[in-house]
Write a protein that binds this ligand. Structure first.
Ligand SMILES: [Zn+2]
Length: 107
């Protein structure tokens, strides 16, 4: 835990697996947002990929644990200001994945 991170709630170093979490963000974030962000950082390590792969891994894991997909998608909008094309694309990909997961049986 560090006091503040610039422009992100958390980050991970793939070389060492060290994760940094902003205390400023953590202390005001709801449970679903904390969980999704931590899973996203784990996703960078588990899926060994960039933002899209980490998002996908995080949402799959989040859904498998039985948490609300709606709350995951809503959590994302709190920490992504949607001011870049990549953020719009990530949001669209997550929404699409959430809708597909919602339709398919769990497990
Ligand atoms: Zn990331």
């Amino acid at each position: 835990m560090v006091p503040v991170l610039d422009g992100t709630p958390a980050s991970v170093d793939p070389a060492t697996g060290t994760m940094l979490v902003s205390a400023q963000w953590w202390n005001q974030a709801p449970f679903e947002e904390r969980l999704f962000v931590l899973l996203h950082e784990c996703g960078h390590l588990e899926a060994q990929g960039g933002e899209f792969e980490a998002d996908r891994w995080a949402l799959e894991t989040y859904a498998r644990e039985g948490h609300s997909l709606q709350k995951a998608v809503l959590a994302m909008k709190h920490y992504m200001p949607f001011n870049t094309m990549e953020q719009y694309q990530r949001a669209t990909a997550l929404l699409r994945q959430a809708l597909l997961l919602e339709k398919s049986p769990k497990g």
